[in-house]
Design a protein around this ligand. Structure first.
Ligand code: COA
Length: 252
């Protein structure tokens, strides 16, 4: 990974906030294994540091993330590796994050670019954002416990449309469905996200943590669903139908 594909920042203007910024715009912020590893380390650092009271995810102008790197999918599929993919470790760290998570989406949010937000406590998005999870079209299955969280957050029909049919959701549709908190001007996504994170960071930390845990509920079911999804996801990744889909993307 280029060292700067994930930028971890602690802005002086927002005390208590850690920013995890996706910074690979030339590849639409597609996540590589190295990027997942950096994000996992940042979340663990946030858990262990009392000075961090909220974490904000941000992408680049016009793009949150195009999801998992397709080349990495193909490499993993061909490798025969039995190790858990870096993405699987990252999503567990997301589920186990102890500080509030806020995200700011401007533009494309594909695959994990969408499902990551299901672990966030507040998401703001620009009107031009698009939330889409083409898992089945890639011969894959939902991940990040989205098969559990999406029906809970947006209801069965919309979850099915998103996760199985691969329908894209505009920012307005995502707002109507309860997937995001607020739509803001594209130029305001970063400032609004940081302001939300800063307002959470300014609250009494113990009460904040207890309240967040109560609202989120126990994590066991989320972690168990991640394991269940991973079994299918890993098997599908190595399937001929998935390999054909990745190769078709790489050949475009
Ligand atoms: N993995 C690897 N590279 C990706 C990528 C991904 N998920 N998404 C985009 N890129 C790369 C493209 O290959 C291209 O690289 P190149 O300039 O070296 O050819 C660059 O990012 C720009 O993407 P491009 O497709 O030209 O932009 P676009 O605006 O026409 O389309 C997307 C953007 C996101 C709609 C399209 O790239 C796409 O469908 N990507 C795959 C998304 C996906 O299915 N992710 C996995 C979900 S599980």
């Amino acid at each position: 990974m280029s060292d700067n594909h994930i930028l971890v920042e602690r802005p002086e203007a927002q005390p208590g906030v850690m920013v995890i910024r996706f910074n690979r715009p030339e590849k639409k912020n597609a996540f590589t294994s190295a990027m997942y590893n950096r994000m996992t380390a940042a979340l663990e650092e946030a858990n262990g540091d009392d000075a961090v009271r909220a974490v904000a995810f941000l992408g680049t102008e016009g793009c949150f993330s195009a999801g998992n790197d397709m080349g990495d999918f193909l490499t993993y599929a061909m490798s025969g590796s039995k190790d858990a993919p870096a993405a699987a470790v990252f999503i567990k760290a997301l589920a186990l994050a102890e500080k509030p998570l806020v995200s700011g989406v401007d533009g494309l949010a594909i695959g994990i670019g969408t499902t990551l937000n299901m672990h966030c406590d507040l998401t703001v998005a620009s009107a031009r954002s698009l939330f889409k999870t083409p898992f089945v079209d890639l011969a894959l299955v939902p991940e990040a416990a989205s098969s559990l969280l999406a029906p809970k957050i947006i209801g069965h029909q919309r979850a099915f449309a998103m996760l199985v049919a691969g329908e894209g959701f505009s920012a307005q549709a995502a707002l109507d469905a309860g997937l995001i908190w607020r739509i803001v001007e594209a130029q305001a996504v970063e400032a609004e996200t940081l302001a939300l994170a800063a307002s959470l960071a300014a609250k009494p930390p113990q009460a904040l943590r207890i309240a967040r845990d109560l609202v989120r509920g126990p994590r066991d079911a989320v972690l168990a669903r991640m394991d269940e999804e991973l079994l299918h996801f890993s098997a599908q990744l190595k399937s001929a139908e998935a390999r054909a889909a990745f190769e078709a993307f790489m050949r475009r």
